[in-house]
Design a protein around this ligand. Structure first.
Ligand code: AKG
Length: 301
């Protein structure tokens, strides 16, 4: 663990890669990805920035999540036992989560990686509580391309960890390098035969997964609360059931470039209507909701 004032020179990401802390800046500045970080993202299809958001910021986001988890509309997908698995469109329903979608630590890296202006196509929270269901293997932007009519399967999945993600509480698993395969053949789940959360997913078949895993391997992406994961929209990923009582909530903000607009088949909570370029808010934009005395420490291991 470290604080802003006692930074070690490097930390290791979940895959053991050393990341120089000086490569990205903390409070007061948007994150500027280094060339090495950008190379990692392009080669592996993902990049983890451990502990990017402070404890105080995570507490604000946690309050935002608590509000949206109380919702009862069609934007909520439940587990078989009725607990909330997913809520879609979270940035449309809560000011704190709207601010997150405009946070410079999200917007600036996405602008750098896409090379231009970006908008939010979809946001959601996956709460993954005790016995939270599996999310089968898929590619997020492959789905948007097929279902929402995005002209290209192209974009960035931004994931902000609200809990510590460990090997035990159902981390996101991905196939590093699989984004290079483009849109992979997949089967649509028939309505009613799968959990609601997976309703629109095109899951990748077992045979294809066997081939892909042999080629790319599988990695679990783990890190402390406040970590931010950037994933290429074509990266094959999924997660297993959470067998532990340790909740594993992750906020997702899926972003693409403003040339890649979809159609209007799905509701706005699943497919954007607002294509205006994201404008970054101030770096401390979440702190106006912070309770006095909340720690601004970041947690890294
Ligand atoms: O958070 C998870 O368990 C996986 C969610 C996921 O893959 C997605 O929403 O695209």
């Amino acid at each position: 663990m470290f604080t802003q004032t006692g930074l070690p020179a490097t930390i290791k990401d979940a895959t053991g890669i050393e990341i120089a802390i000086s490569q990205f800046s903390w409070k007061g500045f948007a994150v500027k990805l280094s060339d090495e970080q950008e190379r990692t993202y392009r080669e592996k299809g993902y990049l983890l920035l451990p502990g990017l958001f402070s404890r105080a910021e995570v507490a604000v986001l946690e309050d935002g999540m608590a509000q949206v988890l109380k919702r009862d509309g069609p934007e909520v997908a439940r587990e078989r036992d009725g607990t909330v698995h997913l809520v879609y469109g979270v940035h449309l329903f809560d000011d704190r989560l709207f601010a997150l979608s405009r946070h410079p630590r999200i917007v600036e890296p996405c602008r750098k990686l896409t090379g231009g202006e970006v908008f939010v196509h979809q946001s959601r929270v996956n709460a993954k509580q005790f016995h939270g269901a599996m999310v089968d293997w898929h590619q997020d932007f492959g789905i948007y391309h097929r279902v929402d009519g995005l002209p290209a399967s192209r974009g960035i999945v931004v994931a902000v960890f609200l809990d510590e993600v460990t090997a035990c509480n159902a981390p996101v698993m991905c196939l590093p390098g699989s984004h290079g395969e483009g849109v992979i053949e997949a089967a649509v789940n028939p309505d009613g035969e799968v959990d609601q959360a997976a309703r629109y997913r095109y899951d990748i078949s077992r045979d294809t997964m066997a081939r892909l895993v042999e080629r790319f391997g599988v990695e679990a992406v783990m890190g402390p609360a406040g970590s931010m994961l950037l994933m290429d929209g074509n990266l094959v990923h999924g997660s297993s059931v959470n067998m532990t009582p340790m909740r594993r909530a992750i906020l997702y903000i899926n972003i693409t470039d403003t040339h890649n607009r979809g159609a209007f088949d799905r509701p706005e909570y699943q497919a954007a209507r607002d294509f205006s370029p994201l404008e970054s808010l101030d770096d401390d934009c979440l702190m106006k909701w912070s309770a006095p005395g909340e720690s601004e420490e970041r947690v890294c291991e």
